[in-house]
Design a protein around this ligand. Structure first.
Ligand code: ASP
Length: 335
């Protein structure tokens, strides 16, 4: 049966034109699809355009608008393709993974490294392959289709600023590859959950990412307390936090958590994740109640998940439950 796909156009390089002041989104979703007439051979489609912005300016309230645009029309379509800038696509893909869970219908994000009107654009193939993937019966959940890869929405990371293969799938295999007009899956995807799709509509955006650097002043936690409810701290290595003298890091961090604020520990090493149990410089944080462990999740997904979980509850027990739930392949269970 011919599928019906909703395109949600939001801007990005794919829609950008040069007007002498730098690339900025100008083309509408309608105009973009006009460049790839082949998609009409794949399916029927409609277009909505909640915004037309560089994704540098995309923020949590916009994630909610995109999720709401999909929620309102969910029953009328077989799949969704969100056209989006690449710079913050990994955050939006993760956010949509938490705001729209268990979707038996695919929600695909794509964009391009060069504008649709550029003679050397990657936009045409990305748009075509995203529509192809959105039309496939075995596709579901939120994902990024880009440069011939299909990446779970919680595992995308923008790794390259210029090349066509801008995204990697972090700490998790690609869900599928797209080779020309063929989708190549490593195996059959797990059956869709029986619960059906679940939408959320609340986020708490007061989440800060703190990258530990040598000699960083632990007093930063006092500064952050005025503006943030949660800190995601990128520690050294597999999970090390310095203790130069007099226990000042421990005091600052334990005070933050004991005051009811959220602390998520992760690593600044790009791959393979956190294990606080390995070194003495991490073990005390493993044993202190209330500190959440990022495991092998990406920082982008940790930001979105923490915003989502804090949008649902402020109870620390419930928060931990939501945080450790595996959602759209976002983390491997801990040993
Ligand atoms: N600055 C652009 C954006 O994120 C980059 C891109 O789309 O590739 O909207």
């Amino acid at each position: 049966m011919r599928k019906n796909i909703l395109i949600v156009a939001t801007g990005g390089t794919i829609a950008s034109m040069e007007d002498g002041r730098g690339l900025a989104p100008a083309l509408t979703g309608e105009e973009l699809t006009g460049y790839v007439p082949e998609i009409a051979g794949l399916c029927d489609f409609d277009i909505v355009q909640p915004m037309n912005i560089d994704s540098t300016n995309m923020r949590p309230r916009d994630w909610l608008r995109i999720a709401e645009a999909i929620r309102q029309r969910y029953d009328a379509y077989d799949g969704f393709v969100v056209l989006h800038g690449t710079d913050t696509m990994a955050y939006t893909a993760a956010a949509l993974s938490y705001l729209i869970q268990g979707s038996p219908k695919p929600i695909v994000l794509t964009g391009s490294q060069r504008p649709m009107a550029n003679p050397f654009t990657d936009a045409k193939v990305n748009l075509y392959q995203s529509m192809l993937y959105a039309c496939d019966d075995a596709s579901r959940d939120v994902c990024v289709v880009f440069g011939g890869q299909v990446i779970a929405g919680t595992r995308a990371r923008k790794q390259r600023t210029m090349s066509d293969n801008a995204f990697i799938s972090l700490n998790f295999p690609a869900v599928a590859l797209v080779r020309n007009k063929r989708i190549v899956r490593a195996g059959m995807p797990a059956p869709a959950g029986s619960g059906g799709v679940r939408f959320s509509d609340a986020l708490n955006e007061r989440v800060f990412v703190l990258k530990l650097t040598p000699e960083m002043d632990p007093g930063i936690f006092d500064v952050l307390a005025g503006s943030y409810d949660a800190v995601i701290m990128e520690t050294f290595g597999i999970g090390g936090i310095p203790e130069y003298d007099n226990g000042s890091y421990k005091r600052a961090i334990f005070d933050w958590v004991d005051a009811g604020r959220t602390l998520v520990l992760t690593t600044q090493v790009p791959e393979e994740g956190l294990d606080l149990g390995v070194y003495e410089v991490g073990r005390d944080y493993l044993e202190h109640p209330g500190i959440l462990r990022g495991g092998d999740m990406s920082t982008e997904a940790l930001v979105a998940k923490t915003m989502w979980a804090l949008g649902q509850t402020s109870d620390p027990g419930r928060l931990a439950q939501l945080f450790y739930q595996v959602i759209n392949c976002d983390r491997l269970p801990e040993d």
